[in-house]
Design a protein around this ligand. Structure first.
Ligand SMILES: [Zn+2]
Length: 195
């Protein structure tokens, strides 16, 4: 660890996704110039997230209680699981009000290019939750990695008596579900089709 405080901050910031050394340097200097309150606010927010939030041990959603509110809600449809790539993909689907079942976040996608294989994705957790499940809705992103993951999942579930469906692609190819508008997302949920 660097003993130079500014150097250390730059190194820490450059570890964040999408932040290269140049941006990290710019952000570090920005923070150095900002008020004590602003800097402490950012630091506190980071610590609070780490201290108060966890991943649901059932579905991997981000939550303050385990199991999360969705998993522990008896009014949710207990026969459906919507499979997403990341916990932050759950909220956009919730906002469509088109879906009332359960979720499972895989914590990633298959990516031969990035060396990410099935062992690094939480398929195991999903497979342990199939009792009483009638439909698995695969809501991975409509890009190469998301499609590969959906196919792999469909193969895993082939011998089970479970309908496997995929969001309908009114979704633009290559889109990121995080940034798809609610109307499009709601339509792709209601028009989902069997894989
Ligand atoms: Zn949960």
């Amino acid at each position: 660890m660097s003993t130079d405080p500014l150097g250390r901050l730059i190194i820490e910031l450059s570890r964040l996704p999408g932040i290269g050394p140049k941006t990290a340097t710019r952000l570090a200097h920005h923070l150095l110039r900002s008020s004590d309150d602003d800097a402490r606010g950012l630091a506190d927010a980071i610590i609070e997230v780490k201290e108060k939030l966890i991943h649901c041990s059932t579905c991997n959603a981000i939550t303050a209680v385990d199991p999360c509110e969705i998993c522990s809600d008896p009014d949710r449809d207990q026969t459906r699981i919507c499979v997403v790539e990341e916990p932050f993909n759950i909220q956009p689907i919730e906002r469509t009000h088109e879906y009332h079942g359960l979720y499972h976040a895989l914590m990633g996608v298959l990516s031969p290019q990035r060396g990410i294989g099935p062992d690094q994705i939480d398929f195991r957790g999903l497979m342990s939750r199939l009792d009483g499940i009638q439909e698995i809705i695969v809501a991975t992103n409509p890009n190469v990695e998301g499609e590969a993951t959906a196919l792999y999942l469909a193969r895993l579930l082939r011998d089970k008596d479970i309908l496997v469906s995929r969001l309908a692609f009114g979704l633009p190819i290559g889109a990121d579900l995080e940034f798809v508008d609610e109307v499009t997302l709601a339509r792709s949920m209601s028009g989902r089709r069997a894989v």
